[in-house]
Structures are given as C-alpha cells and as structure tokens.
Design a protein around this ligand. Structure first.
Ligand code: 13P
Length: 285
C-alpha cells in the first residue's frame, strides 16, 4: 500500500482499545524485519527514523526504502520522523515524502512550543503529512535529545486542551513517567494523570520510552486510551546482541553477510509481533 499518514493510522485507536506501535529503525535489516512482523500479524505499523538515522541512511534513501517496503505489503505503514528539533530538516523530510513528523519543541516555553508546532503543522498540511508534538518533557536520551532527571517534567493536563486546539497537531506525546533508553529503576507511570489527559482531549496520545515498560502497564495504558507506543532501544539491543552472537558462532570462512543479518531481521520481526499482541493491533490492518 502507499504510505499512510499518522492521522489515518491512528484513527479509531482509542475507540477500538488498541495502540499502534511506533518502532525506531536505523537501516534496512531492522526496518524490513519490523514490516515483516507487522504483515504477519496483519497490523498497522509506524516506522520511525530519528534525525541521526536519516542522516546515516540518507533522507531520500530513507523515504525510498520504506516506501518500497510499504508498497510490497498490504498493511498500512506510516513513515515518521522522530524527535526533530531542526525545523529546516523537518521541512526537508516533509517535502521528501515522510507521512508524519514529530516536532520536539518540548524544551521551549509553552507559548513558543505552541507557535513553533503550529508553524510546522501549517507547513506539513500542504503536503498531506501529519504532525506529532510534545508537551512536558520525557526524561532520558533519545538520539540528540537528552533530558536529565531534574529537567524531566510531567505534562500538566490543564495545558493540554489549548495546546491541541491552537497547534492543530494530529498526535500528542505526553510525559507521565516513561523514560527514553534503559530504565535505571522500575518505571512508575502516573496513571491518574493519563486518565485526566484522556478525558480532556480527543487528540491521539503517544507514549515515548516504551523499552522496559512492563506488559501490564502497556495494557493498562492502551485500555485507558493510549494510541501510539514508541519502542526503540529494545531493537538496538536485540540487533547488536544478535549480530555479536552470529559473529561468535559463524566461522571466519563464512563471508555471506546474509547469514549474519537474517537472524537480525528475524529478531526484529519477533519483537514487533510480541508488541502487537500486547498493544492489541493484530488484524486491524
Ligand atoms: P525507547 O528507546 O526508550 O524505547 O524510546 C523510544 C522512543 O520513545 C522514541 O521516540
């Protein structure tokens, strides 16, 4: 299928009590594995590229690669630019064919966050591209965005309605206890805060920092109305662990790179299938 927007892929998630996984890829193998996993489960999927992933693969090449993969399967696939703070780069990604972008103006004050996010929405709309933005600050490290424990701030529910209304965004990333990267301690999600935010806006909500969240917490978030759940670090760990293992088990004489990389693809597909079962998005394609 042609790539779909974030707005299209998240439509009906809250009412249908499921969430669509947003998965960070960094190259061909993990992306292909993710799409294979989703296709097997007949689930929609959001493929997310960080700025550094786009710079590594090439912007044009990222779009061409994912578009080609999407067109070879019959499940909805959205190509999303994750945590972008460089507005020129966001515009370039939109022009190139991304069907969703995240503007991360969460480090700025409330009014500036609204102004800048609104400007990106106005631009992206001309290209039939969706926009996700963040209110509050999710802690941890995601690509070039680093938020230490002291600076992480939970989303204030009272700030949400005006923010959604004035920016015109298609999805809202909220901070309520999840952290990017590995958790240093057991994650403690603020469910009453999530409940309040859900009650105050119909805008699809996004959970960042999915790696390490316990299954029951994921399920509770989805039941409460979470629409998109981001997972990145878990894939990087599985990718590097698998590659290291293949290098250890295969003899030096083995120079067929596919023998090393096929298990990487497979492990990414397995993780995606597991998450789809938890998020409830199987057979929603
Ligand atoms: P993790 O790397 O913690 O899974 O977070 C991913 C994410 O939220 C990307 O925006």
């Amino acid at each position: 299928m042609p790539l779909v927007t974030l707005k299209e892929i998240l439509a009906g998630t809250r009412e249908g009590h499921y969430a669509v996984g947003g998965f960070n890829f960094n190259g061909y193998e993990d992306a292909q594995g993710m799409i294979n996993g989703a296709a097997e489960k007949r689930s929609p999927i959001i493929l997310m590229a960080s700025l550094s992933a786009c710079r590594y693969i090439g912007l044009k090449q990222t779009v061409g690669m994912i578009r080609g993969m999407a067109e070879s399967v019959d499940i909805p696939v959205c190509l999303h630019l994750d945590h972008a703070t460089d507005y020129d780069y966001i515009r370039a990604a939109v022009r190139e064919g991304f069907t969703s972008v995240m503007i991360d103006a969460s480090a700025l004050d409330y009014e500036t966050n609204i102004r800048d996010s609104r400007a990106i929405v106005d631009f992206a709309k001309q290209y039939h591209c969706s926009v996700e933005a963040e209110l509050g600050k999710v802690g941890g490290k995601e690509d070039h965005v680093v938020v230490d424990d002291m600076s992480a701030t939970f989303t204030d529910p009272e700030d949400v309605p005006r923010y959604v209304e004035e920016t015109g965004i298609d999805a809202l990333a909220i901070a309520f206890g999840s952290v990017h990267g590995f958790y240093k301690r057991e994650p403690k999600l603020d469910f009453p805060r999530l409940e309040k935010i859900v009650s105050l806006t119909p805008c699809p909500l996004v959970l960042h920092g999915g790696t390490g969240i316990p299954v029951e917490d994921f399920k509770r978030c989805v039941r409460m109305g979470m629409s998109k759940i981001n997972v990145g670090t878990e894939f990087k760990k599985a990718f590097t662990d698998t590659l290291r293992k293949m290098c250890a088990v295969l003899p030096e004489s083995q120079v067929d790179t596919k023998k090393y990389m096929q298990p990487v693809k497979d492990v990414c597909a397995e993780i995606v299938k597991g998450k789809i079962d938890i998020f409830g998005s199987a057979d929603r394609a």
